[in-house]
Design a protein around this ligand. Structure first.
Ligand SMILES: [Zn+2]
Length: 468
């Protein structure tokens, strides 16, 4: 179980600190002390006997119009309150408000990416529309959060049905971790109203998303339908449920061949694009993706990207196979090797470091902007070949940390970035004898060594700022 492994490792690290702290009467933060007293956590690193996590089932119908970049969603959430607490409000992240004009951010962005933020058309809770009209104050908005005030509280061990109808315009330039790649290629992430984590340490994790610090989400199930015009292929977190509905027969055949092939299959090659017959020729196609027990959902789409893939057995005792693919612009020369590189790296991670079979059924490396990880997806710029080896290894290794472990990145970035930096270095050196990452990282750190900027590595991420 994910959470058990998570707690074991996190608390193994933390418990030596805490044991030391206790034996010397040193300070234990009172929110952690409360979790110990309540037996949701324990000093030996195992989950406490009263440990719990909340979770959700998300069913989403998404429509995206590449011409206007308008993204519309209808979302149904079943939220399970497994906590012993009665919830009188629900906090919801509206991450796209990061791009809203006038909002606070940790760094400046391309002004072309600014917009009006998320328009919430309707929210329901337990079948009733929430409203601020007629003297009611059931929804309040604060930056990248919406707070729902519940007239009928959500009792312990019960569930809530919520729906959200929403829309916003995807940012025009490269964005930050999401946005437009070229006029007909996009990466869409942090795009839907996402219930914040309510946990035993902090209650509602009501942090604002200001760009510098990353994310923390419950393990949830996602059932997502994405409707786009014909000729666009959609690649998402999760497994594609309906290839035969959205791809024409020739490409369904290649896709299915790739799923079980140990060799890289060119599902879409550079000669195929001009034919305009890759997808089903309805005006619009609805791509259906499903994922179980993941912390977030993202997707990329393009009408001219190439697509390579293969299957890899990651667990020899069960024969479990992972689909590993690369989706990219034909001009990205480094990307022609990425399906193979990613396959080699996932093989290394499954068998050597961390030496645990890759924990998801697929992994897509999508040719986007920057370098960022999402469950079952990576969004990487095109970079020189040797750098791509390290970049892909870094972002793919985040599949373990934070995604498999469920790390609270909003507080403990040192855990997931520390592990990812270690694994990418070890993977790139072992497979390709590439040391570049080491040189660049050491060069960066050298600036801070021994200065007052050289703070303890475990400092909470919210109180750190990268030197510009
Ligand atoms: Zn990273």
């Amino acid at each position: 179980m994910n959470y058990k492994i998570l707690l074991y490792i996190l608390l193994s690290i933390a418990c030596s600190e805490m044991s030391f702290a206790q034996s010397n009467d040193l300070f234990i933060p009172r929110n952690v002390q409360k979790a110990l007293t309540d037996k949701t956590r324990s000093l030996d690193g195992k989950p406490g006997s009263n440990y719990w996590q909340n979770r959700s089932d998300y069913v989403m119908d998404i429509a995206f119009d590449p011409a206007t970049r308008l993204l519309k969603g209808k979302e149904k959430i079943t939220y399970f309150n497994n906590s012993p607490d009665t919830l009188r409000d629900i906090y919801v992240h509206l991450y796209p408000n990061f791009f809203k004009k006038g909002i606070a951010r940790d760094f400046s962005i391309n002004l072309k990416d600014e917009g009006d933020g998320v328009e919430i058309e309707k929210i329901t809770y337990q079948g009733k529309v929430l409203s601020n009209e007629s003297g009611k104050h059931q929804i309040s908005y604060n930056g990248t959060l919406a707070i729902l005030k519940l007239e009928s509280p959500l009792l312990p061990k019960t569930k809530a049905e919520l729906t959200f109808d929403w829309n916003y315009v995807l940012c025009k330039a490269g964005g930050v971790r999401t946005g437009t790649i070229d006029s007909t290629s996009f990466f869409v992430a942090y795009f839907f109203p996402h219930i914040a984590v309510y946990d035993d340490i902090d209650g509602w994790n009501d942090f604002q998303y200001t760009g510098g610090v990353e994310f923390y989400n419950d393990f949830s199930n996602f059932d997502v339908s994405i409707t786009v015009p014909k000729n666009y292929t959609v690649h998402a977190s999760g497994e594609l449920l309906n290839p035969s509905d959205v791809l024409s027969q020739k490409y369904v055949k290649r896709y299915k061949e790739a799923l079980i092939s140990d060799k890289i299959i060119n599902i879409i090659d550079s000669n195929d694009i001009a034919g305009k017959d890759i997808t089903t020729q309805n005006d619009k196609n609805t791509w259906k993706y499903k994922a179980v027990n993941i912390t977030d959902f993202a997707f990329g789409l393009s009408d001219h990207y190439l697509w390579d893939g293969s299957g890899l057995v990651v667990n020899k005792s069960t024969g479990r196979r992972v689909f590993i693919d690369a989706v990219y612009n034909k001009n990205s020369k480094d990307y022609y090797q990425v399906a193979k590189t990613a396959r080699d790296e996932i093989n290394y991670m499954s068998n050597v470091l961390p030496g645990y079979p890759f924990p998801f059924p697929k992994e897509t490396v999508f040719n986007g902007v920057g370098g960022m990880e999402y469950p079952m997806m990576v969004n990487d710029s095109s970079v020189p070949d040797s750098d791509m080896v390290g970049l892909a290894a870094h972002e793919i290794s985040h599949s373990y940390f934070p995604f498999f472990m469920g790390i609270n990145e909003s507080k403990h970035a040192w855990m997931d970035e520390g592990w990812a930096a270690y694994i990418d270095y070890m993977t790139a050196s072992a497979l390709y004898n590439i040391q570049l990452i080491k040189n660049s990282r050491v060069a960066q750190y050298k600036k801070a060594i021994g200065t007052d900027a050289d703070v303890p590595i475990i400092v909470d991420s919210r109180y750190l700022k990268s030197p510009v």
